[in-house]
Design a protein around this ligand. Structure first.
Ligand SMILES: [Zn+2]
Length: 315
């Protein structure tokens, strides 16, 4: 058993970084504001010795599940590397491609349930429009550029996920006598180049808020991909590489904004996805298929070029 544990964890070693490397990368992004982050972290450390403590093997945790590559690989990592029992939470924002995501999550759940019958629990789905449907006009600003490459986004989105996850934890305690108090998302360091609220400082401030409001510092909220206390600060390509190592059927995950039968392969998320496979040196077995609508094709192209300009030419 011990040997098995070691050989599994060895697979993670090539992806771990030392603290100074992570901090150097972290503070290249000014949104992580060094002083602010260190005060939030020292408040958390005072209570439990460290800003984040990984629960012991066999403990229950909540993991947000979206059907995308990031949250899927995070779920695999939590089980394989940390031996945690995962209670997935799917938050259905009722987007145009929600039906597709539902089917994808079902497929991935079947895979995980079959592979980890004791550690992967039945996902729980909550339908929740974000922003609230009365404010649905705000949705059109999701990709509005504010400054640099920052997008307006859905106000406070990670915190909204965290609040629902806390409620789910309490619901599990009431109904199943398990009490997961650590919540994982799959946000990557590169995400906060787009959305300011996906920075580590933002996630840490949400953790402090939950713990303070609950008056219980057992509550934790983080993204495994940027959890520096574990030596993790992963790019999307690294996440693809880890997923591949773990044998996760990555081609089943869904990235595309469109809810077509196959992913389009040309919208910005599809493009980022393809790049990640390429950089990871992993064969991308995803089926991409563009629609036959010429007008859409033209618009996709323009959108794509705008995105490339925004994200790569500036760097
Ligand atoms: Zn697409």
């Amino acid at each position: 058993m011990m040997q098995e544990k070691n050989s599994k964890q060895k697979k993670l070693l090539p992806f771990l970084k030392d603290k100074s490397t992570i901090e150097r990368e972290l503070f290249k992004n000014r949104l992580n504001e060094k002083k602010l982050l260190s005060s939030i972290e020292s408040a958390l450390s005072q209570k439990k010795g460290s800003p984040f403590v990984i629960p012991k093997r066999g403990q229950p945790v909540i993991a947000l599940m979206s059907g995308g590559i990031d949250t899927t690989v995070v779920i695999g990592m939590l089980i394989e590397f940390f031996g945690l029992r995962v209670y997935p939470l799917i938050i259905d924002r009722q987007l145009p491609h929600s039906r597709k995501i539902k089917a994808v999550c079902k497929d991935l759940s079947d895979y995980f349930k079959n592979k980890y019958p004791t550690h992967f629990h039945q996902p729980f789905t909550i339908s929740q429009k974000m922003p609230h449907q009365k404010f649905s006009l705000l949705y059109r600003f999701e990709n509005t550029i504010l400054f640099d490459q920052q997008r307006e986004g859905i106000p406070l989105q990670p915190a909204l996920y965290a609040y629902l996850a806390v409620q789910y934890g309490k619901y599990l305690r009431a109904t199943q006598n398990v009490y997961p108090q650590t919540i994982f998302g799959g946000w990557l360091p590169e995400n906060s180049e787009w959305y300011r609220y996906e920075s580590l400082s933002s996630l840490r401030s949400t953790m402090l808020q939950i713990a303070t409001m609950e008056h219980d510092f057992s509550w934790q909220f983080t993204s495994l991909a940027i959890e520096k206390e574990l030596g993790l600060y992963l790019s999307k390509a690294q996440l693809v590489a880890i997923g591949h190592t773990l044998g996760i059927p990555l081609e089943k995950t869904w990235t595309c904004y469109k809810g077509k039968r196959h992913q389009c392969g040309t919208c910005p998320p599809c493009w980022t996805r393809q790049q990640a496979f390429k950089l990871a040196g992993v064969v991308d077995e995803t089926i991409y298929k563009e629609g036959f609508n010429l007008k859409n094709k033209f618009n996709d192209g323009r959108e794509f070029l705008r995105d490339v300009k925004r994200n790569f030419i500036k760097k």
